[in-house]
Design a protein around this ligand. Sequence first.
Ligand SMILES: [Zn+2]
Ligand SMILES: [Zn+2]
Length: 258
Amino acid sequence: MSRRIWFSALAMAGGSFCLISAVKVTVLYDNTIHTPGTRADWGFSCLIESSGHTLLFDTGTLPYILADNAKKAGVDLGAIPQVVISHGHRDHFGGLPAVLRVASRGIRVYIPPNLPEAMRQKIAAAGGTAVVPQNPLTLEGGMMTTGFLGDGIPEQGLILMTGKQNVLITGCSHPGIVNMVRQARTIIKANVDVVLGGFHLAGHSQKAVTDIIRQFRLLGVRRAGPTHCTGEAAIDAFRKAYGKNFIAMGVGRVLELE
Ligand SMILES: [Zn+2]
Ligand SMILES: [Zn+2]
């Protein structure tokens, strides 16, 4: 932890905020493959490592696929002390038992309010603690949740600030990807430079996707890594619009963000 600063928006959440010098994101579950030998399946999960701290964001759908991809990526699921589940859909929490099976007692899981009771019981049985964050929350390693958004399916994203760039990671973006970017900006009082994850744009018209890309630009998003439920047509539109600043995701993808 290099510097510790306070944001007024965080005083509301009762949290302090620290900048992290560098962050490594490893995609462990996605609809597509980046590294040969890994398995693709519908769902999303990535491991975040920063300043010696580790966090798993979402877990994909099937425990054995998460475990398999983690092994191929050289990730020890038993060494993960904290997990953030973006929302209560199985393609984001279904793989959690693969982590709980090998987790140390005391693992903390930040869950949506509508996580099925059976999964809460599995967390408790593993000696873990399930927490439903009411507000944006600062976690170990200077990572931060956005708090839950949306009138329909409540969903939280994850914010990382390296000091040079601010990163937002989303699961499915059911509350709207632009709304999630806006929420993150409000919390950190700065632009979100990089957005990664599911943008939930499958089925959106080309015009709607073009408008979302325009709003990304207006909001200052410099790099985008849409994947999972974003839909192929929308991913292509982002690839064309962002050019060299488009981030291709997929299982096995490792991003080092300075
Ligand atoms: Zn979903
Ligand atoms: Zn999803």
